[in-house]
Design a protein around this ligand. Structure first.
Ligand code: TGC
Ligand code: FAD
Length: 393
């Protein structure tokens, strides 16, 4: 059985002073939800590699889907720091839970809101916001991951409908989704987005098995075999790679906050363990080597907290650049990986068990550091931004 969830978030620089009453209340509500509904079940679901499908409705009623989408469409109408705090708390519970919310809010609801017709907004957004429907986002293909611009999926105009052909791989939520936002090329080679629904003939979502990471999140393929899609399902207001990349900016921002939640959980667990675990007649937290680990963990977490808070302010002002978001996503992933690796060592043998969340977080982060742009790709985005020289191709 996992330990009781006693999590307290570290706040070494009193950053809570920078948060509004509303933001603190939202964080508190999601934290409480994670303690009561996620922590008691998540280890078992991860061990069984099963998606806890019942959390979709719970996350919807808590307002975790599309928190920045206007309330008129079922969203929360909240600011970006509130959104970040929600992702932090969800990922503190499990990266897969945060993934479910990131995909639904930033990768499915956002494109329908930002690029969709009014009819599409009315039809899809309220059901996605409430969790009645789950959505997924199909960009990556078997032969085009970091280089999505080379995608082979096609969306061809067939008169009174479109025909979609191709395949997407590594798609979060796919096996349980009612709705898929899919990116493909038209006859002119231009990237367009289109909404597919479960049940369309020729559309299937096979599950991806044998993952050692994100085991409590469902991953699958999207296979399109001459799928006939109504004309009104095309997203009318965007063309080109900037469409899907614009969605990724929102999701990457959420991950920058989210992975810090996992890091905080590692630090909090290791700190508490070090005060209780006695070796050589003393709590191990009294040994210098363990204090070095804890001191470096809290230093890195504090630096990263400042970075994501400032990024949140820039997001709220509409001034954050994609490259700034890349930097924060990359940094938070690295901080989380380093903190959790040290935390695992501090727990000795107990660190590899499901009694504590550490090993599950470590495994999850191997996906998080890869999806939404790999660690290398985000470094190259920074390199391009500061030098003006493109090192991708
Ligand atoms: P490039 O020529 O640089 O850009 C094409 C157009 O896009 C614009 N753009 C952006 N727009 C908005 N937001 C961004 N973040 C943007 N980045 C670029 C750019 O200005 C340009 O616009 P325009 O008007 O000139 O056409 O494109 P490129 O082909 O050279 O590729 C650049 C690169 C490598 C950075 C990009 O393709 C990339 O980011 N690759 C990584 C792929 C990726 O992140 N895939 C994620 C798949 S989804 C996922 O992983 C979900 S996991 C979900 C979960 O479970 O949480
Ligand atoms: P590749 O692009 O083949 O990269 C392999 C290696 O080469 C990496 O280290 C990369 O950094 C490096 N590399 C590539 N290009 C360069 C370069 N120019 N210079 C230097 N190094 C380079 N995608 C979706 O569309 N929707 C989803 O919901 C989704 N969910 C996912 C869930 C999970 C669990 C995982 C693991 C992935 C998910 N993805 C999703 C896909 C994810 O975005 C891709 O895996 C990721 O973008 C990397 O693509 P790739 O796996 O094809 O790796």
């Amino acid at each position: 059985m996992p330990q009781q969830d006693l999590f307290e978030s570290p706040d070494y620089y009193m950053l809570d002073d920078l948060l509004t009453e509303e933001q603190l209340m939202i964080r508190g509500a999601v934290r409480q939800y994670v303690k009561t509904e996620i922590s008691p079940i998540i280890e078992d679901f991860a061990q069984r590699a099963e998606f806890p499908q019942h959390i979709v409705a719970q996350l919807g009623s808590l307002g975790c889907f599309g928190p920045t989408i206007p309330a008129a469409y079922g969203g929360g109408g909240l600011d970006y720091i509130s959104y970040g705090l929600m992702m932090q708390e969800l990922e503190r519970g499990d990266s897969g839970v945060r993934s479910t919310a990131s995909v639904q809010g930033s990768l499915v609801m956002f494109p329908i809101y930002a690029y969709g017709s009014e009819a599409q907004r009315q039809k899809y957004l309220p059901k996605l916001a409430s969790g009645e429907w789950l959505g997924c986002f199909g960009l990556t293909e078997p032969n085009h991951g970091s280089d999505p611009g080379g995608m082979l999926t096609t969306i061809v105009d067939a008169g009174d409908h479109y025909v979609v052909n191709g395949a997407k791989q590594w798609i979060s939520n796919a096996p349980f989704s009612q709705v898929a936002v899919v990116w493909g090329k038209n006859e002119a080679g231009k990237i367009r987005g289109i909404i597919l629904e479960r049940g369309m003939e020729g559309f299937s979502t096979p599950t991806t098995h044998n993952k050692w990471s994100l085991r409590a999140s469902a991953t699958g393929e999207l296979v399109f075999d001459n799928v006939k899609v109504p004309k009104e399902n095309l997203l009318p207001n965007v063309e080109g790679l900037k469409g899907p990349l614009g969605c990724l900016s929102k999701a990457r921002y959420g991950i920058a906050w989210g992975t810090l939640g996992a890091a905080m959980d590692g630090y909090d667990t290791a700190l508490r363990y070090s005060q209780q675990r006695v070796q050589f007649g003393r709590p191990i937290g009294g040994f210098q080597l363990q204090q070095k680990k804890l001191a470096e963990m809290i230093t890195e977490i504090t630096k990263a907290q400042l970075m994501v808070w400032r990024l949140g302010v820039l997001m709220n002002e509409g001034r954050a650049t994609p490259a700034q978001i890349s930097m924060a996503k990359r940094n938070s992933c690295q901080v989380a990986k380093d903190v959790l690796s040290d935390a695992r060592q501090m727990l000795g043998g107990m660190g590899i068990t499901g009694e504590y969340p550490i090993m599950r977080h470590i495994m999850n982060l191997e996906s998080v550091i890869t999806y939404e742009g790999t660690h290398d790709i985000h470094l190259l985005i920074t390199g391009f931004d500061i030098t003006g020289l493109n090192a991708f191709k």
